[in-house]
Structures are given as structure tokens and as C-alpha cells.
Design a protein around this ligand. Structure first.
Ligand SMILES: [Zn+2]
Ligand SMILES: [Zn+2]
Length: 176
């Protein structure tokens, strides 16, 4: 969804509501792929104000990505509030912003989809989990422990008890 900025700069348009339902392509994020099975719902309110364009609204998306503990794919629903200020002046000193992924200076366009993608990526959980109770993978055999226990003996002895056991072992060896 692209927006021509010239009208906003000359203040012809002051306010506009935009609703869109878009199917986004997969995104690469932290070395993994994020997929969208359902169209992303964008509900945006645009306001032109003193040389800036305010983009407020809501993004609702259902992402499919891998759990950071068990590596299984799961669906993560996200509902985000967007509140971005886009400078409308294309002065030389604002080149930094104008060369961003969502502003096209040559066409004088703002790509609202791309802006929404950036907002979504910034708000993704650093360690997405399929569930708060996810038990992850066994560190020995790699079995997904959500689907049942494995037969591995994982040593989870308290370090204080480990010292005690060492002392007991030494005593036993001394008796021999
Ligand atoms: Zn998981
Ligand atoms: Zn195991």
C-alpha cells in the first residue's frame, strides 16, 4: 500500500483513514523465516501536521514461526499499535530518513506496508515460545519433550549435594 506524499506536503489532504487487508511475503528475521498464512489487517489513520505525516493505527497479523525452545512451528497472533512520524520535507539534510526502506524519494512515495513490516519486526518477542510451558528439547537425545519424556538421565544435582557425594565417594574409596 503506497501513498503519494506530494498532496500531503502542499496540505491538500489533511486527514485520511486507510483500511487494508494484505497477504505479506515471508520475512527473514534473526536467521529464521516468518510466514503469514492469513492476510495482515491494517487500519491506519493519517494526519498531515506541520511538515510531518503522522501514521497512527493498528496492525493485526498471524505469524507462523519456529519456537525458540522446541523449534516447532507455531502461530503467533500479534496486535500492534502504530505511532510513527514521517517528515515530509525532502531537504538534503534529511537524506537519512528518505533512503529508508519505506520512503522512496524519487517517486515521492511512502510505502505503508513496508513501514508496517518494520514496526512488526521491531515488536517481535526476542525468544518466541509456542507456549510459556514449552519444555523444549532434551539436551542429550534432542527429543521434543512436549510430546513425552525420553529415557535420558539428565544430571540435575544441586552443586552443594555434588560436593557431598564427592566426599562420600572418597570415604568409600578410603575404606577399600
Ligand atoms: Zn516450543
Ligand atoms: Zn533425551
Amino acid at each position: 500500500m503506497k501513498l503519494l506524499l506530494s498532496g500531503w506536503r502542499s496540505a491538500d489532504v489533511v486527514q485520511q483513514t486507510l483500511m487494508a487487508s494484505e497477504l505479506w511475503p515471508s520475512l527473514k528475521w534473526q536467521g529464521q523465516e516468518i510466514r503469514f498464512k492469513e492476510p495482515v489487517q491494517l487500519s491506519l489513520e493519517l494526519t498531515g501536521e506541520q511538515g510531518s505525516l503522522l501514521v497512527r493505527g493498528e496492525i493485526a497479523a498471524e505469524l507462523e514461526l519456529a519456537c525458540s525452545r522446541c523449534a516447532e512451528d507455531f502461530v503467533l497472533p500479534m496486535r500492534l499499535t502504530m505511532n510513527e512520524v514521517i517528515p515530509l520535507a525532502s531537504d538534503e539534510d534529511q537524506d537519512g530518513c528518505w533512503n529508508s526502506a519505506y520512503l522512496d524519494r524519487e517517486r515521492d512515495e511512502l510505502d505503508l506496508s513496508e513501514l508496517s513490516i518494520q514496526v512488526l519486526l521491531e515488536n517481535l518477542p526476542l525468544q518466541p515460545l509456542c507456549s510459556q510451558e514449552c519444555r523444549g528439547l532434551c539436551p542429550i537425545c534432542g527429543k521434543n519433550l512436549n510430546s513425552g519424556d525420553c529415557d535420558c538421565q539428565v544430571e540435575t544435582i544441586d552443586p552443594r549435594l555434588a560436593i557431598l557425594r564427592q566426599v562420600l565417594n572418597q570415604n568409600q574409596q578410603a575404606k577399600k
